[in-house]
Design a protein around this ligand. Structure first.
Ligand SMILES: Cc1cc2nc3c(=O)[nH]c(=O)nc-3n(C[C@H](O)[C@H](O)[C@H](O)COP(=O)(O)O)c2cc1C
Length: 353
């Protein structure tokens, strides 16, 4: 760019969707969505991810009728590519990637004004509520993404919400999650990340950490869950600021933690230090495949009664495997970070030493 307006943008941002379903309608209108039926979670979806995630304009793919999962339990792959990247961030289709970057900085980063979320009584996320032994997360079509993955990753386009037990602030962070069994999933929280700080505080007090894990949510909340917001700042309130209106959230009946009323799938429960089972998991970044990393997942034996799974009718499991994690290999600092086992509702933490 060689004119004096380089780096500036007069484009007004307008985020035109409130949840994943509204986002998908807009992505379909852009002609960037492909629907695929019958692909396997064991191999096909991971292979498709390898094929499309490195492409600048790779399609968004919705996988349905995955063998082993009920019809309508879908996996959405590749949210952030093509023109839908502009739409996701609230900008016109015609902006180039460079212009999009400028517009983003002008609209959102110059002056950040978070808007506190609003607690509402009810929302579509409460359409299906499953508790206790009825929970079965293996029903979701979570793929094995890479041939050396330690298991099925239900949470790659996920974010988890926790509260600081001493200072009371909320955090949302993108922490990957692997299915362990019907009622447990592993969640990886790297050292220094805010959920880890929260967790350490709970454990020091001898208490389990309450957590809600959003699987299948608004792409913007996931995007901000993966960004380093300052200590004490709730990413969902930042997203409210971007939208110019408060995010509507409901409270989990078990933990009291808030989560978006329009989320697709939410797991609620606790991370607990008790009763861990060690489980090896090779992983790239560090939960998916990369040979011989020796990263470890600990597994909690879930305590019943507080388990809760909430799901909108025909819920989405969103997986946003970015190109960056399609096939990373060691050495990487992530690979020596702690792995935390989080059942959907009872979880344990273990740091690799
Ligand atoms: C797609 C994606 C996957 C991620 N997976 C993990 C993960 O498994 N564990 C982790 O600690 N951080 C992961 N991160 C990075 C954190 O989400 C990011 O550093 C975030 O800012 C951490 O939350 P915090 O700022 O609230 O501490 C991931 C980020 C992205 C975008």
């Amino acid at each position: 760019m060689n004119d004096s307006s380089a780096g500036k943008s007069n484009v007004t941002a307008n985020i035109a969707y409130d949840d994943l379903r509204e986002w998908l309608v807009r992505a379909e209108l852009l002609g960037e969505v492909r629907n695929v039926k019958g692909a396997s979670w064991q191999e096909d979806i991971g292979l498709a991810a390898e094929a499309i995630l490195r492409e600048e304009n790779g399609p968004c793919v919705v996988f349905d009728e995955v063998p082993g999962s009920p019809k309508g339990f879908r996996v959405l792959l590749n949210m952030f590519a093509g023109v839908r990247r502009n739409m996701t961030l609230g900008f016109p289709d015609h902006l180039t990637k460079w212009e999009l970057s400028d517009a983003f900085r002008e609209a959102y980063l110059k002056e950040q004004k978070p808007i506190p979320h609003e607690i509402v009584e009810d929302g579509p996320i409460f359409e299906n509520i499953i508790t206790g032994d009825a929970i079965d997360v293996t029903k979701f079509p979570s793929p094995v993404w890479h041939e050396l993955d330690g298991g099925r990753y239900i949470g790659t386009g996920t974010y988890s919400i926790t509260r600081d037990p001493e200072e009371n602030w909320l955090n949302a962070g993108a922490y990957r999650a692997m299915v362990h069994d019907k009622t447990s999933v592993g969640m990886l929280m790297a050292a220094g990340h805010h959920a880890t700080i929260h967790c350490e505080k709970y454990f020091k007090r001898g208490e389990p950490m309450p957590v809600v894990m959003v699987l299948g949510g608004d792409p913007l909340c996931f995007f901000y869950g993966g960004l380093e917001a300052p200590y004490g700042v709730f990413e969902i309130d930042v997203v409210g600021g971007l939208r110019g209106k408060a995010m509507k959230m409901v409270k989990g009946k078990i933990t009291g933690l808030p989560f978006p009323a329009g989320a697709e799938i939410v797991l609620e429960g606790y991370v607990t230090p008790e009763k861990r089972v060690m489980k090896a998991s090779p992983g790239c970044m560090p939960t998916c495949a990369s040979a011989g990393t020796g990263s470890v997942i600990t597994k909690a034996v879930a305590k019943p009664a507080t388990n809760r799974l909430m799901q909108r009718k025909w819920g989405f499991s969103v997986d946003c495997e970015s190109a960056a994690c399609a096939s990373m290999a060691p050495p990487r600092d992530y690979l020596v970070e702690p792995e935390v086992s989080v059942p959907p509702r009872k979880r344990a933490l273990k740091r690799s030493r």
